[in-house]
Design a protein around this ligand. Structure first.
Ligand SMILES: O=C1O[C@H](COP(=O)(O)O)[C@@H](O)[C@H](O)[C@H]1O
Length: 232
């Protein structure tokens, strides 16, 4: 329902500060409860942040890492968000983290979503940290405009879990946590970079229609106030 914007001079300043802020949340959670969980996004934006976070000295064996969303492709694919996380976040000190993939080698994306829901149920209720990205079409996670399961994905009456999403602009079929699983994270971040995404954000902030720009669900209906991290 409310948001805070953190603006930086450069992508590396953003990455280092966001990594420190996330590390602080994960550290507090492991100290308080013994475990912590984080769901991260894929795409081109989070690489530097992943590399910075991987170097923090945390209780990584007790930290579960998963993805907000994934393409229905195996981890060997260069379109795989799993691969991006393995190569950039699950390195250095974070090598010891427990990674739970969304892609499962199942017969169909629906079967993979069911398996992923079961495998992640212990860590998403709620997540300690969720890092969302955003496309210039106003999608976040795999909540795409025109997505075949968009209504269900954004329905806060749905139980937490992973579902499939097919959409014209999404490429491969997707697996995505639903909004119920993401909106109440202890620390809910929208990480965006560049002038085009700033313009997309401003457009999203000036309207209500979630079918047109699904990121509006996060801006307008998330239980946790959103922290927006932006750099040029
Ligand atoms: O499709 C996706 O795109 C968004 C944004 O990606 P970016 O390349 O513009 O940074 C990302 O948040 C999402 O996880 C990913 O699957």
């Amino acid at each position: 329902m409310s948001e805070t914007i953190h603006a930086f001079d450069s992508a590396s300043d953003l990455a280092n500060t966001l990594a420190a802020d996330v590390a602080q949340r994960l550290d507090a959670a492991t100290k308080e409860r013994g475990t912590a969980s984080i769901a991260v996004s894929g795409g081109s934006t989070p690489k530097l942040f992943f590399q910075a976070l991987s170097q923090h000295d945390l209780d990584w064996p007790n930290i579960s890492v998963t993805l907000v969303d994934e393409r229905f492709v195996p981890p060997e694919s260069d379109r795989s968000n799993h691969r991006l996380v393995a190569e950039n976040l699950l390195q250095n000190k974070a090598k010891a983290a427990y990674f739970v993939p969304l892609f499962q080698p199942a017969a169909s994306p629906e079967d993979a979503a069911t398996l992923a829901t079961v495998k992640t149920e212990a860590i998403c209720d709620p997540f300690d940290v969720v890092i969302l990205g955003m496309g210039t079409d106003g999608h976040t996670a795999s909540f795409f405009p025109g997505g075949d399961n968009l209504y269900e994905a954004l329905d806060l009456d749905e139980p937490r879990g992973v579902l499939t999403m097919a959409a014209e602009n999404a490429g491969e079929e997707r697996l995505t946590f639903n909004f119920s699983s993401l909106h109440d994270a202890g620390f809910l971040v929208l990480h965006i970079e560049g002038a085009a995404k700033k313009a997309t954000l401003e457009k999203a902030q000036s309207g209500e229609d979630e079918e047109e720009m699904p990121v509006r669900a996060v801006l307008n209906r998330a239980e946790t106030p959103v922290d927006i991290y932006w750099a040029p």
